[in-house]
Each structure stands twice: as structure tokens, then as C-alpha cells.
Write a protein that binds this ligand. Structure first.
Ligand code: AHR
Ligand code: AHR
Length: 528
């Protein structure tokens, strides 16, 4: 009731203020842009995001990443994993100071079992480390994310991101140096537009210290997802929004009526940025983390409803849930920082350039083979269909013709990255197939049909997504036996893809052309 009242009041205010504010936003944008172009950061080559923000006078007070160092001098741990077999833990550090995660250490520690991420270290001197979040006002205690759910390439290395499913989240309720009570702060995260939902609230940033909703302005966090809190929203999302508590804001007056924020679409790697002076101004930006610069979707006043101007941040840090541990949301996290003070646009631009230089999702250089890290496409061999490839479309796996003149999207949909088998006991002769353009999504069977789905970490998913290659049943190429249904092989039938046994009881088990339908040629990837 109260929510409805203040929403409609803000709606009226919003209407009258809209033209004035949009003019103001344009001015702020133009000023920000000219500062950015006129005064580039004099940062040393090789400077990483927290070096850049420190040089600009807004040092990091939190720096979290599973992927890389965020200071050029950092050589400590990035995160901690715990394995299921004996509950032992291991800190995962860097291959070199200022470099990339030592993912091979995780791989060998977790061989034959499964690991979850139990801690994400803060690289800043503040030691604002995140641990698995406890129960809150709107959610039971969370669990740790599977450590191998989101394999990606960064800086030419295979590393892991953090893949959040519902019921997962991280938090630190006792921080040092993080903005409180109207202090200024900035923050960004690198996330993905392909692993999102409309549930509350995939956030990274400032939240309450007691896991409860303590009122308007008690949070200041980046939200990323397809939840439209203040309808209408524009475009299909997912949107970079500000979770300022009791609302996901895209603009000042408590509504999402921001026609310049139409969302990122299914962009595999997204930079999401929020800054807030804590008094009377906040800004939202997004960018493609693989190329180009940042776009500002909002730069203007705080929400006009009471409680947001000034802000009342409490200084906890949340990752993957709302302030009250609302944990129905899903999302991906690769790196993120929070700063003391509101960073300049020039510093944001330098940070975005550094993120792009990482080459997130870049090709590994190994193509066309069934070894982990190699990118491949899978071509059908039945005479009907020798130009057809396994691709995903609307979340299902199908076969369809792909040629050199196919669209980039079709080629990406038909490209798979070979990964270590997700099933813990499968050993090195089996593999899993990750989508090229949906990081963290794998080919798995369900009711014997194949789909592209996010890796949730269950033993069922791991088994359903594991396949063991052998010589093609027809004598050509390879056949891929299902790990948990070893007499069934990946097969196309009526242009859908199944695991099928020869002459079994389902229509797709038909013995007619079974040996050809289950035999595939492993080719160079359509989208390397
Ligand atoms: O502001 C949106 C959400 O509302 C917050 O994250 C949560 O604390 C509350 O449920
Ligand atoms: O695809 C066959 C089975 O169907 C899978 O193992 C399971 O996920 C579903 O019940």
C-alpha cells in the first residue's frame, strides 16, 4: 500500500520534472564527455583498474575478481575453493603478480570431485573479503557457487568466473573504508547479459550490515538483470540499474522511465557501472566488456522519494543477492571494484579500456580438436545433412545448415568450447561442451533431448552434460556416448538433437540411419 502511494506520487513528480531533468542529464553527459576527452589519465602502461582509480584520487576500497589481479602489484589470493571429497580448502592465486588466475591449481585440486567457491578475497588493503552469505529478511542462508561452472578465456588464459544460481550469494557485513551515510562512491562489475533473470536481485555493491531491508537509501549497489521494478521499462533488458533499496532505479524519480536504457541484450561480457555522490547525484553506465567504450544511460539527481537524498548506506558488500538476501536471481561475475569517492568519467573510461584489453572470451588458439579449451563445431554426416551443424536456438540444440555466409550469430550458436568433463567421476576421456556465446551454458540432455543450459552444479546436471567420444558408429568421425546413459549417443532426428539408443522405444531411437545420425565430424569452429 505504502509502496503504491509513493510510487504514484513519484510518478506525478517524475512527469513534471522529466523535461527539465533530461536537459540536465544531457548537460552533465556532455560535460563528462568533454572532461574525458580533454584530460586522459596519465596512468602508466600496464595499470590495472585499481591503479587507475588510485591515480584519479578515488582509490579502491574493495577489489574482487576470480579472473585477474586488479592492481598491477597484486600477488595474493583471488579466491578460495572447497572440495566435496574431504572439505579441504585451497586459495587460488595468480600465475604472476598483476596477472591472471592460476586456474590449473583449481583443476588439479578438484580432480575427481567437485569444488565450490567459499571466499572471494578483496585485493585492496582493506581486506573486505566476501564469504557465503547467511540468512536474511527475504532468503534462507545461501550456498557457495560451483567453482567450475563458468570457464572463460581472459588474457589468453583459461580461468573461471562466478556463476550465481538462485540461492547463491556472497557478503561482507563488517567492512573497512566502504561509503556510509551519504559518502560518495563508485563501483563497476564485469558480468554477462546471457545469464540473467527477472528475480530479485543480482547485485554487487553497498548493502545493509544485518541482511535486512532497513529502508530507502540503505543500499547503493549495481543491479543487473531483467527485473523491471518500476514499470514500464524500455527494451528487453537486461538493464544496468541502481539498487538503492526498495527499488531498482534507472533514473531519478523512482521509475524506470528511461528510454535511453533499453538493456544490453544477450551480450556475453558486460561492464556495468554505478556511481553515487551520496547526496544529490548518481550515474549509470554500461559497455561491451569485449570492445568499445561506455555508454551513460543516466546521470542526474537521486530518486525524489524520501530516503535517497542524502543516501544512508551502511557499508556492507553484497554479491549475487539483494540487500535482504532476496536470492531468486541468477548472474555472472568476473571482476568488480568499489571506490572511495566518485570517480571521474576519465578514470571510468581508462578502466573500460583496460577491461577490453583483457580479451574476455577470446579464442584460445586451439581449434578443431576434442581437447579441453579447444573450440569446435560439430557437423552431421548423414547424407541428408552434411552441411548441418549442432547449434543452439531458443535454448534447444538443433541441427541446421551453416555456411561461410551465415550470420555471426548463427556461427556463434554453432560453436562449442570443449571443457573438462563436468561429471566428477568421468575422467579425462570424456568432455563437456560450453556454448561459445553463452558463457557458462553447456549442452546437456533432459528427457533425452539436448539443450543449452546454465551449469547449476548439481550431480544431475554434471552427468547430463558429460559425453564420452569414441570412433563414429558409422566408421566416420566421432560418436558421443552419454555419460549417464552410455548406450545412448548424441543423435540428430528430425533436426532436433537427442541422446538415442539404436532401435530403442522412442521415435528418435529409430534404427533407420542411426549409425550415420550418431556420427559427427569435429571441425574448426565457425566462430573462433
Ligand atoms: O531494492 C530492491 C530490493 O528490495 C533489495 O535488494 C532488497 O533488500 C529489497 O527486497
Ligand atoms: O535426458 C534423460 C534424463 O532426463 C536426464 O538424465 C534427466 O535430467 C532427465 O530426467
Amino acid at each position: 500500500m505504502f509502496l503504491k502511494l509513493w510510487r504514484s506520487r513519484s510518478q506525478r513528480l517524475r512527469r513534471t520534472a522529466l523535461s527539465v531533468l533530461s536537459g540536465f542529464a544531457t548537460l552533465v553527459l556532455a560535460v563528462g564527455l568533454s572532461i574525458g576527452l580533454g584530460a586522459p589519465q596519465a596512468a602508466a602502461a600496464g595499470s590495472l583498474p585499481c591503479d587507475l582509480y588510485a591515480t584519479a584520487g578515488t582509490p579502491c576500497v574493495a577489489a574482487h575478481s576470480l579472473v585477474r589481479a586488479l592492481y598491477s602489484s597484486y600477488n595474493g589470493s583471488l579466491y578460495q575453493v572447497q572440495r566435496a571429497s574431504d572439505s579441504a580448502t585451497l586459495n587460488i592465486g595468480l600465475l604472476a603478480a598483476g596477472g591472471y588466475a592460476n586456474a590449473p591449481a583449481q583443476d588439479s585440486f578438484c580432480t575427481g570431485t567437485t569444488c565450490i567457491i567459499t571466499k572471494i578475497y578483496d585485493q585492496s588493503s582493506r581486506h573486505n573479503d566476501l564469504t557465503v552469505e547467511g540468512a536474511g529478511g527475504a532468503g534462507a542462508a545461501d550456498v557457495g557457487a560451483p567453482a567450475d561452472a563458468l570457464p572463460v578465456t581472459a588474457g589468453g588464459h583459461q580461468v573461471y568466473g562466478l556463476e550465481i544460481s538462485a540461492g547463491m550469494g556472497y557478503r561482507d557485513n563488517s567492512t573497512s573504508g566502504v561509503a556510509v551515510n551519504g559518502q560518495a562512491e563508485g563501483m563497476y562489475m564485469v558480468t554477462s547479459g546471457t545469464h540473467v533473470n527477472g528475480s530479485c536481485c543480482f547485485d554487487y555493491g553497498n548493502a545493509e550490515t544485518n541482511n535486512q531491508d532497513t529502508g530507502n537509501g540503505h543500499m547503493d549497489a549495481i543491479n543487473f538483470g531483467t527485473e523491471c521494478w518500476f514499470s514500464p521499462c524500455y527494451g528487453g533488458g537486461p538493464w544496468v540499474q541502481a539498487d538503492l533499496e526498495n527499488g531498482l532505479f534507472q533514473s531519478d524519480s523512482g521509475y524506470s522511465k528511461n528510454s535511453s536504457n533499453t538493456g544490453t541484450g544477450a551480450m556475453p561480457f558486460v561492464t556495468a557501472l554505478l556511481k553515487n555522490n551520496g547526496q544529490d547525484h548518481f550515474a549509470l553506465k554500461y559497455g561491451n566488456a569485449q570492445s568499445g567504450s561506455l555508454t551513460t544511460t543516466y546521470s542526474g539527481g537521486e530518486p525524489t522519494t524520501s530516503g535517497y537524498s542524502p543516501m544512508h548506506q551502511e557499508g556492507a558488500i553484497v554479491l549475487g543477492t539483494g540487500g535482504d538476501n532476496s536470492n531468486g536471481s541468477i548472474g555472472s561475475f568476473f571482476e568488480g571494484v568499489m571506490t572511495s569517492g566518485i570517480p571521474t568519467d576519465a578514470a571510468d573510461n581508462s578502466v573500460q579500456a583496460n577491461i577490453v584489453s583483457v580479451g574476455y572470451g577470446g579464442s584460445t588458439g586451439s581449434t578443431g580438436s576434442l581437447t579441453a579449451g579447444s573450440e569446435i563445431s560439430l557437423r552431421a554426416t548423414t547424407s541428408c545433412c552434411t552441411t548441418d551443424y549442432i547449434r543452439h536456438q531458443n535454448n534447444a540444440a538443433v541441427v541446421s545448415p551453416i555456411t561461410s555466409s551465415s550470420s555471426t550469430l548463427d556461427k556463434s550458436d554453432a560453436t562449442w568450447i570443449v571443457r573438462r568433463a563436468l561429471a566428477a567421476g568421468a575422467g579425462s576421456s570424456c568432455v563437456s561442451f560450453e556454448s561459445r556465446n553463452y558463457p557458462g551454458d553447456f549442452l546437456r540432455h533432459y528427457n533425452y533431448q539436448l539443450y543449452r543450459q546454465p551449469m547449476v552444479g548439481t550431480a544431475q546436471f554434471r552427468s547430463d552434460a558429460t559425453f564420452c567420444p569414441q570412433t563414429g558408429q558409422s566408421g566416420t568421425g566421432y560418436s558421443f556416448a552419454s555419460y549417464n546413459y552410455p548406450t545412448r549417443f548424441i543423435r540428430h532426428y528430425n533436426y532436433n538433437v537427442y541422446i538415442a539408443s539404436n532401435g530403442g522405444s522412442n521415435t528418435w531411437d529409430s534404427a533407420t540411419s542411426w549409425t550415420d545420425d550418431v556420427s559427427w565430424v569435429v571441425t574448426a569452429p565457425w566462430a573462433p
